[in-house]
Design a protein around this ligand. Structure first.
Ligand code: GLU
Length: 321
């Protein structure tokens, strides 16, 4: 048996209920499920429903039904961020005690007009006559570094490249960056496997882990599925919902996107049943945990190599994201 044991592995899939699952979100769900099952870990589902204006009625049950139809079973009860608001408020209190939180009166438009990176306008006090509506975290001038299990070494100068970021929006909604870190800490998540569209969020999240004095998880960012016009498949650009009547075809095609993570060719994949296909994929999942050399995705070749060198540029699937 080629499966690696990792007794404390806790992974998760954290969809937003802004629409049904599509082929791109299936890749993220499948990649994170396979990694957890390969390591005989726990796989949790968390519904990220804080951005209430974007929630769609019925999307949560649609997502859960699709996961079941594709054989992606989860452990433990499903949690919803909308039921955990006191946790986020307590986290903001904790950061406030350390003088890391400040109110901000700037609109998104004003920040865009100044180049898109928060220029620190309200950092040392609100400008005269302005009312603080959002809450931001005060970022340190450090370079945040991590080794992505798929992409290798990554780094970001947070203050320079992103700036102080939002913890609570002007409309009272807790930010994704805050909630995801609070939940991953509270749920004991050790491995985050998700789409590469979230790679740029990781530095902000690592900053919060250090502000909360917590050990961060390991990260693996997966290739994105692109539509024929070169856009990332997403609910916003109306990616079609998965057809739950064709799970084997959908899983097969998701595995083709992930096939750089498998140690054998997709030609060997059994196609008779969901259970056989998933069992085969669990056994052949080949992405090492951190500590081993990372896999450097090469989406143009759809192959991978174990490589100690630092990639000089983002792989092509990121450039086109
Ligand atoms: N809720 C996020 C999404 O649907 C995923 C968050 C994460 O995996 O960190 O894109």
């Amino acid at each position: 048996m080629s499966q690696q044991m990792l007794p404390n592995y806790v992974g998760r899939f954290a969809p937003s209920p802004s629409g049904p699952l599509h082929q791109g979100s299936l890749v993220a769900a499948l990649g994170s499920w396979l990694d957890a099952r390969h390591h005989q870990g726990t796989w949790l589902i968390r519904i990220e429903d804080l951005d209430t204006p974007r929630n769609q009625p019925g999307a949560e049950s649609h997502i859960l039904r699709s996961l079941e139809a594709h054989g992606l079973n989860w452990d433990d009860t499903v949690v919803r961020q909308s039921e955990r608001l006191p946790l986020y408020e307590a986290a903001i209190h904790q950061l406030s005690h350390e003088a890391l939180v400040f109110p901000c009166a700037c609109s998104r438009r004003e920040i865009e007009d100044q180049g898109g990176i928060y220029p620190g306008t309200c950092r040392s006090g609100l400008p005269f006559g302005k009312v603080g509506r959002a809450l931001r975290v005060r970022c340190a001038e450090t370079t945040l570094q991590f080794i992505d299990r798929g992409l290798g070494p990554q780094s970001e100068k947070l203050a320079e490249q992103t700036g102080d970021f939002i913890l609570k929006r002007a409309d009272g909604v807790y930010s994704y960056q805050l909630a995801v870190v609070v939940d991953d800490i509270q749920q004991g998540v050790t491995q985050i496997v998700r789409g590469a569209d979230l790679l740029r969020s990781t530095a902000r999240q690592l900053f919060l882990y250090s502000a909360f004095d917590q050990t961060p998880p390991q990260y693996l960012h997966l290739p994105l599925v692109m539509s024929s016009n070169g856009q990332k498949l997403s609910k916003q650009n109306r990616a079609p919902a998965l057809d739950d009547q064709s799970p084997i075809q959908n899983l097969y095609s998701a595995l083709c996107t992930l096939h750089g993570a498998l140690k054998v060719s997709m030609k060997e994949a059994p196609k008779e049943s969901i259970a056989d296909l998933l069992r085969w994929a669990i056994q052949n999942w080949a992405i090492p945990l951190q500590g081993a050399s990372p896999i450097i995705w090469d989406a143009s070749q759809m192959e991978f190599s174990h490589d100690h060198r630092v990639p000089h540029s983002a792989p092509s699937f990121l450039n086109s994201a």
